[in-house]
Design a protein around this ligand. Structure first.
Ligand code: SF4
Length: 255
């Protein structure tokens, strides 16, 4: 995608949603960090459901450590991989108390050294809690970047490096939110909703998904033509079917 097209791509996503943010609910950087750790291979909605009552009483690493692994496991048991995640959250909370006075560190290296925190989690926290221009590449961002030709790459690191290089100001800070939301609600994995996409003319994906009415019409046409061809085949078969033979000889008597 050319430089002017990249600018236009983000300009339109920004116009449609001027203040994008994560859908994970939290009230401070620590809760955000925990929510992002819990969201690995789980939906934001499922994390929010489990975390609402949890975060009403747990706001600091110290409170989490006092809460303990068993209670935490119970509180997040509706989220996938909850056993491992409970362990990691307690371990990272202990590390925050021990090494950072209970605060969330602000560098990628320090964040990634915490239990259960990978590059994507660090990027989300740096961006959403501290306003850094980082590009967290999740499954939605990876798909949108490759499909559209915006920032193609064989793996998440390549896509992230390309985004770093091509995303212009003033879109760098919110770019990953726009891409996640675009992938989650419009450029969906199974069936991208191209007919209502604001960047349809900039995207290289082919064939574009037509509107539902058009798809319904062509599917009805396909069903109709399948039905008439089935009817023709059945007719042909009937015509060629030999008449029932009623003159079957009686079985010969057994000796
Ligand atoms: S046109 Fe379709 S494939 Fe391209 S970005 Fe929009 S929804 Fe995705």
């Amino acid at each position: 995608m050319k430089r002017e097209q990249v600018f236009e791509f983000f300009r339109r996503l920004a116009e449609a949603n001027p203040s994008p943010t994560t859908e994970l609910e939290s009230s401070n950087p620590y809760q955000l960090l925990v929510a992002v750790v819990l969201s690995a291979q789980a939906t934001d909605a499922s994390v929010n459901i489990a975390c609402r009552p949890l975060f009403a009483r747990i706001k600091t690493p110290r409170q989490m450590v006092d809460f303990g692994e068993n209670q935490l496991r119970e509180a997040i048991k509706t989220i996938g991989l909850f056993n491992t995640k409970a362990k990691n959250v307690i371990a990272l909370s202990e590390a925050l108390i021990r090494d950072y006075g209970g605060e969330v560190p602000r560098t990628r290296e320090e964040l990634q050294a915490l239990p259960g925190v990978g590059r994507k989690t660090a990027n989300v926290v740096l961006n959403t809690a501290f306003g850094e221009e980082t590009f967290a590449v999740d499954t939605h961002v990876f798909r949108v970047c490759n499909r559209t030709g915006l920032a193609p790459g064989k793996n998440v690191d390549e896509v992230e490096a390309k985004l770093e290089k091509i995303v212009p100001q003033p879109f760098r800070r919110d770019a990953h939110h726009w891409l996640i939301l675009h992938g989650r609600y419009t450029c969906k994995a199974r069936l991208p909703e191209c007919w209502r996409c604001p960047v349809i003319d900039l995207c290289r994906y082919k064939p574009k998904t037509p509107p539902p009415e058009e798809r319904a019409k062509s599917s009805a046409a396909r069903t109709g033509s399948r039905a008439s061809s089935t009817a023709r085949t059945a007719k042909g078969r009937t015509a060629g079917t030999p008449k029932a033979n009623h003159s079957r000889s009686r079985p010969s008597r057994l000796p």
